[in-house]
Each structure stands twice: as C-alpha cells, then as structure tokens.
Design a protein around this ligand. Structure first.
Ligand code: PLP
Length: 437
C-alpha cells in the first residue's frame, strides 16, 4: 500500500515512511492510495473470528510489506490486549466501551499500535539513520497519557512529553509523570499553546534534527489513525441484529476516530448511518447544513478532548467522499450539543438507565437519540470514548455521586510524580533534547 499527501506536493511513500514522518514534507496528511475491500463472507461470518484475527485482517493491507506478518501479528495482539465490550443502555441504544485500556480513553489503541510500529522500525535502524527515535509531543491532557503508556519500555524510542503546568487533571498528570524509564515529562510553566510552540520550534531546528531523529505522535499519523477501524468491526461482531445494521454515533474533535469508521464502512462494514457528535465546536454540523466550512477558534467545553476549531482529519473525510457534499450527507449527519444538554443527559442516563457516561460519551448518546427520534425504525451505538473517572471533577457535581475509581487509577494516584520543570523557552528544551542524543 502506498500513501499520497493530500496536498499533492510530496512523493508517494509506504506505510513505514508515512508512520515515521507523521506528516508529509508538504505538510499534507497522508492518505492510502487504495481503500481495501474486505470479502463479504468475512463480514458475514465475523463472529467466527477472534479480535486479533479481525484486527490483523483489517490493518494488514494498509501496512503492506513494511512489517512482516509475524511481527504485525505480535503488534496487533499487544495493541488490543483489553476488552472492548458492547453494553446495552436502553431499548435501541448500545455503548461501545473504548475505555478499558491502560489510560482509560480510546486513544490507547492508536498510541499502542503506533508505538510498537515505531519500535519495530527503530530496531531495523535503516529508516532512522541508525539513530534512536525521539518522540516529541505536546499535550493538553489525554494524548500525553496514551502516548506515554503506549511507548513505555519500547526499545529504541525515547519519549518527551510537554504539558502545561497546573492545566491538566490530576489523573492525567499522574499518567504522564509516573512511568519513568524512556518516558520524560516536561512540565512547562505556560499554556498548551506554549508547549505546542516549543515542539514546533524543535521540529524546525535543522541542527537539532542532525543530532536526533525527532518524530511526533499526534493523531494525524497514519499509524494512529488506521487502527481505530478496529472498534467498528468489534462493534459489528457483537451486534446481534445483523439484518439491521447500527447507526453509529462518534464523539468527535479532530475527527480521526470517525474518519476511521467511515474508512471501515467504505471497506464493506455494514453501518446504517454515521453521526458526528460535537460539542459547541460546531464547524462540521454547520458545514453539513450549509456547505460552508469556517474554521474557528476552539471554545472550551466540559468535553474538552473535543474542543477543536479546525479538525485536522476532516480533509481525509472529504477525500473519502470525493469532495461531494451530497455523498457525504447520505452517510453522515452531525449534531452540536451544549454543555447544559450534556450535563442533563449524564444525569438522566444514570437515573433512568443506571449507566454513567463521561461527558464525551454523553454528547455521543444525545446526538444518537436526536437521530433515532426521527428514524424510529433504527437502533444504534454510541462510542464511549473515556471512563467517567477521567473527568470526575465534571461528572461528580452533575450526578451528586462519587465516580467509583478503578484499581488501576488508584494505583497510579499513589505513585510519585516525576517531571522536569522548564520555562517556556526553546533553549531549555533544546538542552534537554541534546542530552538524550
Ligand atoms: C480525543 C478524544 C475524542 C475525539 O476524538 P477525535 O478522533 O479527535 O475526533 C473524543 N473523546 C475523548 C475522550 C478523547 O480523548
């Protein structure tokens, strides 16, 4: 499988180079030249396959000969070594729980897959000019934890995570700062934008890039994007009513997850309709209504992992639908849900159905109900993208009840934070990175 840049100004490349580079030299997103078509009998008999077999079949065509089958098998099995159950919430609604991974959010799958691919390429050496790989990432919270955990102990890869001091939740901070080994947490005395600025300067610094092999782990990387297709196949495996495929509602921010779902659909997965569930950041709902795409500055909400004003993966969705609005509209609807509605629905779902969604899942649930009210012959799934405990500061005041803390989180909260404080100053970051080389 080859990949081209959506900016069309870079040479085509293979999975290995696309994953190592992250972004194409022309700053475009990589996109596969062909969409794989899965055999009808595989889709029909999906219950006969294990999760590992399903994941391997889905991802292998996109990896091609960049990774031999046996190694890819190993990577896949390490990526999905936790359950992804489909749980019924009401008569026509199910929750696909994507939060049973080590950092309690769906980003674990993408981060685990990508880290192991990069680890494999680093061991091969040639693509990284024989150098150790340093992954540099700025986080506002969720990404950092998934990347830290995903890369922890991966040989040949060092990880440097920058986060804004005092601006991530206490669970998130512990996930970033307590692993040690090849994971280095830099606590920046500044904002998330400062962190991102520092990372951008490091990538642009020619001298630094001579000494180190720097790469990023953000969500536009094909090795993080493509494995997210697994969720949709696992949902289908567990969906009982195969005669009537589900509507799937996806809490969306950067639109990587839902774009993977749409790719799965184009590969032959039965889905009745997709819903992009958005918070107040409503560029895509507005676009689907008016045909007008207006990026905006993100507004803060209680579902903060979706506070994105110009979703980077949206161009991939347009490419999948050949930039034709009517094609897209026949498969995708979008709803914008306010914080007040999100809070009310969390409370209602808990009281009526004894199920507690996190704020992101709650947006997905309500968007799905809106659609189902107008399509009463349908049933659907919302993706529950995070465990509510990750956002207990929002959830507890709403429900008036403590969120039970899973054992894994309790263990992490007792560990000692280990971070290096730095000023929002490039020379400070530079010195630290050079020491890694
Ligand atoms: C990242 C994230 C999202 C948004 O996913 P995208 O792929 O960026 O659309 C939704 N919910 C949670 C909990 C997240 O961490």
């Amino acid at each position: 499988m080859k990949y081209y840049s959506l900016n069309k100004q870079s040479p085509i490349t293979d999975f290995k180079n696309a994953a190592i580079q992250g972004q194409a030299p022309d700053k475009g997103l990589y996109f596969p030249e062909k969409i794989n078509s899965l055999p009808a009998d595989f889709i029909k008999n999906i219950e006969k396959y294990t999760e590992e077999e399903i994941a391997f079949r889905v991802i292998q065509p996109y990896v091609g000969d960049s990774i031999p089958a046996a190694d890819l098998q190993q990577i896949v099995s390490e990526t999905i070594n936790f359950p992804i159950p489909l749980v019924q919430v009401n008569d026509n609604t199910w929750s696909l729980e994507l939060f049973h991974g080590p950092t309690l959010a769906f980003k674990d799958v993408g981060a685990r897959f990508m880290s192991r691919c990069l680890g494999y390429f680093a061991r091969q050496g040639s693509a990284t000019r024989g150098k150790k790989v340093t992954v540099l990432v700025a986080t506002s919270g969720d990404t950092g934890g998934a990347v830290a955990d995903g890369f922890f102990g991966v040989e040949g890869v060092e990880v440097v995570i920058l986060y804004p001091s005092g601006k991530v939740s206490s669970v998130q901070e512990k996930q970033l700062t307590t692993l040690g080994s090849n994971i280095h947490a830099l606590e920046v005395d500044g904002t998330f934008d400062d962190c991102q600025q520092l990372v951008k300067r490091a990538f642009a610094d020619a001298e630094l890039n001579q000494q180190l092999f720097l790469t990023s782990a953000n969500s536009i990387n094909v090795a993080r994007w493509l494995p997210q297709q697994f969720y949709y196949f696992f949902a289908w495996k567990q969906w009982q009513n195969k005669e009537h495929p589900p509507v799937i509602s996806v809490p969306s921010g950067n639109f990587g997850n839902i774009c993977a779902g749409l790719l799965a659909y184009k590969s032959g997965l039965p889905v009745k309709h997709f819903i992009a569930a958005c918070n107040a950041n409503d560029m895509v709902p507005v676009f689907l209504t008016t045909g007008n795409y207006q990026p905006k500055k993100a507004v803060p909400t209680i579902s903060n992992a979706m506070d994105v004003g110009d979703p980077s993966n949206f161009v991939r969705i347009l490419e999948l639908f050949h930039h034709t609005l009517d094609n897209l509209r026949s498969v995708l609807s979008a709803y914008s849900i306010t914080d007040e509605e999100t809070k009310a629905v969390m409370k209602e779902v808990l009281q009526t159905h004894h199920y507690l969604p996190d704020p992101h899942g709650a947006v997905g649930y309500l968007a799905l109900q809106r659609y189902l009210q107008e399509h009463t012959d349908s049933a659907g799934i919302f993706l529950e993208t995070a465990h509510p405990v990750k956002f207990y500061d929002v959830v507890e005041p709403v429900t008036g009840q403590p969120v039970p803390i899973p054992a894994a989180v309790r263990a992490i909260m007792d560990r000692k934070k280990n971070s290096t404080q730095i000023a929002p100053d490039f020379s400070a970051l530079r010195d630290i990175l050079v020491k890694q080389a």
